[in-house]
Design a binder for this molecule. Structure first.
Ligand code: IMP
Ligand code: MG
Length: 418
């Protein structure tokens, strides 16, 4: 598997956690390269359900895990997740990784509250404001967190600016002093100092030594800051190219790009969603698929699988293969539908439009399939009902990438390799 990256092909929550967990058995290193604790991965291993936000799912198997420079790291969350793991920890954190400071959470909430027309529905984890500071070049990085003097200097410089914005623009009272922030964060820095590691270098050495490196994506393609449904997006780059800048590696070191495709579509937060089903089909999928956010507990919006979206996702990511997840959730519906194209006036469109305005005018044209029953006990591809195989083969042909894994339940053993 040398360089393998797992990518969410839709709006996130495709089931990357389970697939990463499945492949992490063979991995020497599991690496996160963008996003932060806005992510939520659910992994069921040995009958225990784990939920992670910051740490890559591979940590369940005691693998060495790395946090790349493109991640935004909340050290309070790191502390919490590590304490829940009790000992199984071998971690490296890139010195260039930006740190989520307590003002970022307040700014995220303040900004969202103050939005008049366009609310994003962020996870309020401070992700956007932290990436904004990075771009503005006033961010605090992991190398600063672990160096008391530098941390003090940075906080000295940034704190008054953030306090002024919070109080004057958003009318939010800042509940912590500069000294309190310094005390808490310098202690966290001390605690995590030993994790400091040039992740770019370690990954490069590992790949040269032919080790298996698994890059665990977070969020999904259409939440990409540039190529998603802006402004209803996150602030990082979930597309496959994000791995190169998020780790500090060459693009051609990636051999496998696994696109995770949920057998239907979900979205948390606001933004366009052409195949959304606000009806009994939607209610059924929410219930059967337990479609509630891992991070915020919000009910996810649900709809049919959307092939114009998938073709576009293929263009952005270059999937070498596809993993289909939650196929079992479609069981029990009367009919299963897939949007094969969109109708715009009297024109037919096969790709996702580049603007939200364009997306609003799209009317999905559906292909219908007979329903099927999946029990989760299927072990081989041929165990699946013929109607389900027809559905899968249609998707494969339309996306133009082979399906190599099919998930028929949340557990590890409920996985078919094709
Ligand atoms: P933010 O990343 O917290 O700024 O949120 C921006 C948008 O991305 C919101 O619509 C969130 O619901 C969505 N989002 C962020 N992370 C995830 C994720 O891991 N899964 C699904 N949606 C996400
Ligand atoms: Mg999630």
């Amino acid at each position: 598997m040398p360089g393998t990256v797992v990518i969410g092909s839709q709006f996130g929550d495709e089931g990357k956690g389970k697939v990463t967990d499945f492949y992490s058995d063979k991995a020497d290193l599991v690496v996160r390269y963008h996003g932060g604790n806005n992510a939520g991965h659910t992994v069921v291993a040995h009958g225990v359900t784990y939920k992670f936000h910051l740490l890559p799912s591979g940590i369940v198997h005691g693998k060495r895990i790395l946090i790349g420079a493109g991640v935004v790291l909340d050290p309070r969350v790191l502390k919490k997740e590590l304490s829940e793991l009790k000992g199984k920890t071998d971690i490296g954190i890139d010195p260039r990784t930006h740190i989520i400071m307590p003002w970022h959470n307040l700014l995220d909430a303040g900004r969202e509250e103050s939005r008049q027309k366009i609310k994003i529905g962020t996870t309020k984890r401070g992700i956007g404001p932290c990436y904004a500071d990075k771009a503005e070049r006033i961010g605090i990085r992991f190398e600063d967190l672990v160096d008391e003097q530098r941390l003090n200097e940075k906080i000295d410089e940034v704190y008054p600016i953030k306090k002024a914005i919070l109080e004057k623009v958003y009318e939010i009272k800042v509940p912590f002093s500069k000294e309190e922030v310094f005390q808490e964060y310098s202690a966290l820095g001390k605690e995590f100092k030993n994790y400091l590691q040039d992740v770019s270098l370690e990954v490069s050495d590992a790949l040269h030594a032919k080790k298996n490196v698994l890059f665990e994506g977070a969020q999904g393609t259409f939440l990409d800051n540039d190529f998603g449904t802006y402004p209803f997006v996150t602030s990082s780059h979930p597309v496959s190219g994000g791995v190169a800048i998020g780790v500090g590696m060459a693009v051609n070191r990636i051999e496998r790009i696994i696109g995770i495709v949920k057998a239907y579509t979900t979205r948390v937060g606001f933004g366009p969603f052409p195949t959304e089903q606000e009806n009994s089909v939607g209610d059924y999928l929410v219930e059967n698929g337990k479609e509630f956010g891992t991070t915020t507990g919000r009910k996810r919006r649900v709809g049919w699988l959307d092939l114009p979206m998938m073709r576009t996702s293929m263009r952005f990511n270059g999937f070498t293969e596809i993993a289909i997840t939650k196929l079992d959730v479609l069981s029990g519906l009367e009919k299963v539908k897939v949007a094969k194209s969109y109708k715009v006036g009297d024109k037919k469109i096969e790709f996702f439009p580049y603007s939200n305005k364009g997306i609003e005018n799209c009317e999905p044209v559906y292909e219908e399939f007979e329903s099927f029953k999946i029990t989760g006990k299927e072990k081989k591809y041929s165990d699946l009902p013929e109607t389900a195989r027809k559905y899968l083969e249609y998707i494969e042909e339309e996306i133009k990438a082979p399906i190599t894994l099919i998930s028929v339940g949340p557990g590890r053993e409920e996985t078919i390799l094709k």
